[in-house]
Design a protein around this ligand. Structure first.
Ligand SMILES: NC(=O)C1=CN([C@@H]2O[C@H](COP(=O)(O)OP(=O)(O)OC[C@H]3O[C@@H](n4cnc5c(N)ncnc54)[C@H](OP(=O)(O)O)[C@@H]3O)[C@@H](O)[C@H]2O)[C@@H](O)CC1
Ligand SMILES: Nc1ncnc2c1ncn2[C@@H]1O[C@H](COP(=O)(O)OP(=O)(O)O)[C@@H](O)[C@H]1O
Ligand SMILES: [K+]
Length: 531
């Protein structure tokens, strides 16, 4: 499913008319019908469409037109529909126009008895800050919702006041419980503050032929997309079929990282996990991670950095690499000069191997922190490397730039840097971005504060390594890892709530979400996402 800017949406509409004769009224008829269908399918269990009170706020453009058609469909299905037309200040209740002098009073009582308010005031044609009287109207709805939290607000195409492209919001914007967006999700929804105003996101159809979307390069991560890249599990398989992962992760202060990343690579389906550790660290891992095998590295020197010793460590690691399809470097490694030197040596060894012989590389956490201290660090990476910075690490990689946790500027930065660094860049956070060097972009809708806890990044890095080992191309491995990681978190937080998730809670959920996406029915255009 593609994500669009306003300009791209307008171009799609123009091409629909030009190439297929799908005029605006035809598209709008589909839009209103589809919004009504989704609305009825999503009614709360204690609601029934018969006698449901629905108050529509109708704007002056096509967004209002969508609302009118949706209203007509709901009325025919049995709902008690009221329509308030903002520009002309007209009100009809169940098809009966209300006399001018009664409108204010009737609007108030309509609001008080409504089960749902439908925001069909403004959509992608919003061209300026909201008028004061539109803000006042939305504030009346908000005032009623404060009194009556069970009043639900559904936005058509987008909540009025959201800036469709930037994700900024007007101070008058009404937070939706659900947004039924039309044809494609809009780019601003994936950035803050807008993300907080969308509620559950549903995508309605306006019957655009899919071929019109072939020029779009930004996609939403969803079940359909990820199912297509999920590794196959043939009956006649063995552990070699699913690839070996080597992890150069963990150190004395941070032993958990290697365990979390290694376990998640295995949970993602990799055939064999090997941890490259020193003899001193071996008992720690051997006692907690029974399924892993180990590559023993020479101890880190206590005092001065020695290039020779770093070289020995790197050599001990790379000698083990033949036959491995993925190498994860970084989580928990620390930033000693000797570790940095070892990483550089390993990178040099990898660059010197033919691409089809070397493992796919993913670098996370301290792997990135070590690199960021070096000028032009990206020239040291082999082709096809995946990097997974959080905003702090991204800032360090960009010469101490301050990188936003959630606003739209991070998209532009991610695209610029994925191209400049020639990497598959996973910029983590709420609504994680996955960007290829060519600028192809996939964005995760799912935001979940339960994930904001130590070690969850190690799990993500391990999952991506696990998918690389199973032969996925790096862009797909990164995308699948990001999406399934957030699905696993959703499973945990549906039980525990928004706080208290342990990174290790994600591990047993990984196979379950893979099973779920294989078996859940999914139709393009009807993906339903939470929050
Ligand atoms: N076209 C199609 O084929 C399809 C379109 N679709 C639907 O149409 C929507 C886009 O429709 P749209 O372009 O008519 O824009 P829309 O958001 O309804 O508002 C424009 C009007 O609002 C006004 N206005 C602007 N800013 C304002 C403000 N701050 N405060 C007050 N007024 C303001 C502006 O007035 P003006 O600037 O001219 O004074 C103009 O009258 C889209 O979101 C989707 O729902 C779908 O059905 C699919 C098919
Ligand atoms: N609010 C949030 N919504 C969605 N995902 C989040 C949120 N906060 C953190 N995450 C995810 O949790 C992980 C945290 O990674 P990271 O910061 O590297 O943690 P660590 O290094 O402790 O393992 C990332 O995958 C990130 O996208
Ligand atoms: K709207």
């Amino acid at each position: 499913m593609h994500i669009v800017t306003v300009a791209e949406m307008r171009e799609l509409e123009a091409q629909a008319e030009h190439q297929y004769g799908l005029t605006s009224p035809i598209l709008m008829r589909h839009a209103g019908q589809s919004a009504a269908d989704i609305f009825m399918a999503q009614l709360l269990p204690h609601h029934s469409i018969n006698d449901l009170e629905v108050l529509f706020l109708i704007g002056p453009g096509n967004n209002g037109g969508d609302g009118m058609i949706m209203a007509d469909n709901l009325a025919r299905a049995g709902a008690l529909v009221s329509l308030y037309t903002w520009k002309t200040h007209e009100l009809t209740i169940r098809g009966q126009p209300i006399a001018e002098q009664q409108i204010d009073k009737e609007l108030t009582s309509g609001l008080q008895s409504a089960d749902y308010v439908i925001d069909a005031l403004l959509g992608t044609g919003t061209s300026r800050p909201l008028n004061e009287d539109m803000r006042a109207l939305l504030a009346r709805v908000e005032g009623e919702r404060k009194q009556r939290p069970d009043l639900r607000v559904v936005a058509i195409d987008q909540p009025t006041g959201v800036h469709t492209d930037s994700g900024e919001v007007d101070p008058g914007t009404l937070r939706a419980d659900m947004t039924i967006t039309l044809a494609c999700p809009k780019i601003g929804f994936f950035f803050f503050p807008a993300r907080d105003f969308i509620g559950e996101l549903h995508v309605g159809s306006i019957a655009l032929p899919p071929t019109l979307e072939h020029n779009l390069s930004t996609e939403m991560l969803n079940t359909g997309l990820c199912r297509a890249s999920l590794p196959k599990r043939p009956l006649n398989s063995n552990k070699g079929t699913f690839g070996k992962v080597m992890l150069f992760c963990g150190s004395q202060p941070y032993p958990g990282s290697a365990y979390l990343a290694g376990s998640s690579a295995a949970r993602a389906g990799a055939g064999l996990i090997t941890l490259a550790v020193t003899e001193k660290m071996l008992p720690t891992y051997a006692s907690s991670f029974h399924e892993a095998t180990f590559a023993i590295l020479p101890e880190e020197p206590k005092s001065e950095i020695s290039r020779g010793q770093a070289h020995d460590r790197a050599q001990a690691l790379t000698e083990h690499l033949p036959g491995y399809r993925a190498l994860l470097m970084g989580p928990g490694l620390g930033q000693s000069p000797e570790t940095r030197e070892t990483i550089l040596q390993v990178l040099e060894d990898l660059r010197n191997q033919p691409p089809n012989k070397r493992p796919r590389l993913i670098i996370d956490a301290d792997g990135l922190n070590n690199l960021s201290a070096l000028e032009h660090w990206w020239t040291l990476l082999p082709e096809g490397t995946v990097i997974t910075p959080h905003p702090g690490e991204m800032g360090r990689l960009c010469d101490s730039l301050k990188v936003s946790g959630g606003s739209i500027d991070r998209l532009q930065l991610a695209r610029e840097k994925a191209r400049e660094w020639n990497v598959i860049l996973v910029l983590k956070g709420a609504c994680t971005l996955v960007v290829s060097p060519l600028g192809e972009t996939r964005i995760n809708w799912k935001a979940n504060p339960a994930l904001a806890t130590a070690g969850t990044g190690d799990v993500l890095a391990g999952m991506i390594a696990g998918f690389l080992a199973q032969g996925l191309i790096p862009f797909d491995a990164a995308s699948l890892g990001v999406y399934l990681h957030s699905c696993a978190a959703e499973r945990v937080s549906s039980e525990l709530g928004d706080a208290g998730l342990l990174a290790s809670d994600l591990l047993p959920q990984i196979p379950r979400v893979m099973r779920d996406i294989l078996h859940t029915s999914f139709e393009e255009g009807s993906d339903i996402t939470e929050r």
